[in-house]
Design a protein around this ligand. Structure first.
Ligand code: PRP
Length: 194
């Protein structure tokens, strides 16, 4: 791990190499499943950015792309409220919609987004997430495509943040608990906090 991150990152959970291989596999599955279909990829801002970019370059089929801006929590606060920060621009009705997100945690975000998307009348609606943390689930939500099922650890990097930092790490690491201990954490509290 680069020295820059050593003070903040306890361990590397998923290396660049592992992520790269798995993302290619997922893209292969998606390419097969959506061949010949009118695909609309709808990534959720912002954490999905690296996963999305890597996934897209291996999706070898025609598709449209439109971002949905959602934030499950205000800056640094604990809340179950979903704030819409960017609406869809493209028509979803009659299309095969694939939601893409970085992490499925409590499931509150996806539960609400899936319901909103379903109301737009897509021909099909599926979800692809890079990380699934089932131990934290509060809503009965599942993803159709999952990169990695991970334990209840506070992970950052490869798009995922803590207080808007660490998104640019090329790997996924476990944040050192001293960085958030004693604070109310908006998402992904470590196992010992729950
Ligand atoms: C994160 C993540 C998911 C959501 C998962 O988004 O990108 O969308 O939380 O948590 P949940 O399953 O408990 O709802 P966040 O609101 O932190 O925004 P970000 O993508 O901009 O980091």
């Amino acid at each position: 791990m680069p020295r820059l991150w050593q003070a903040d990152i306890q361990t590397v959970l998923l290396t660049e190499r592992r992520i790269r291989r798995r993302v290619r596999e997922l893209a292969g599955e998606l390419t097969r499943d959506y061949a010949g279909k009118d695909l609309l990829v709808v990534p959720l801002l912002t954490g999905t950015l690296m996963f999305l970019a890597d996934l897209l370059r291996h999706l070898t089929l025609p598709l449209r792309l439109d971002f949905l801006g959602v934030s499950s929590y205000g800056a640094g606060t604990v809340s179950g409220h979903l704030v819409l920060t960017k609406e869809l621009r493209l028509e979803a009705q009659g299309r095969h919609v694939l939601l893409v997100d970085d992490i499925l945690d409590t499931g509150r975000t996806l539960a609400e987004v899936q319901a909103r998307m379903a109301a737009l009348g897509p021909q099909s609606l599926r979800t692809c997430v890079l990380l699934d943390k089932p131990a934290r689930r509060r809503e009965p939500v599942q993803a159709d495509y999952v990169g990695f099922v991970i334990p209840d650890l506070f992970v950052v990097g490869y798009g995922l943040d803590y207080a808007e930092r660490y998104r640019n790490l090329p790997f996924i690491g476990v944040l050192h608990p001293r960085l958030y201990q004693g604070q109310e954490v908006a998402r992904q509290p470590a196992a010992e906090e729950t």
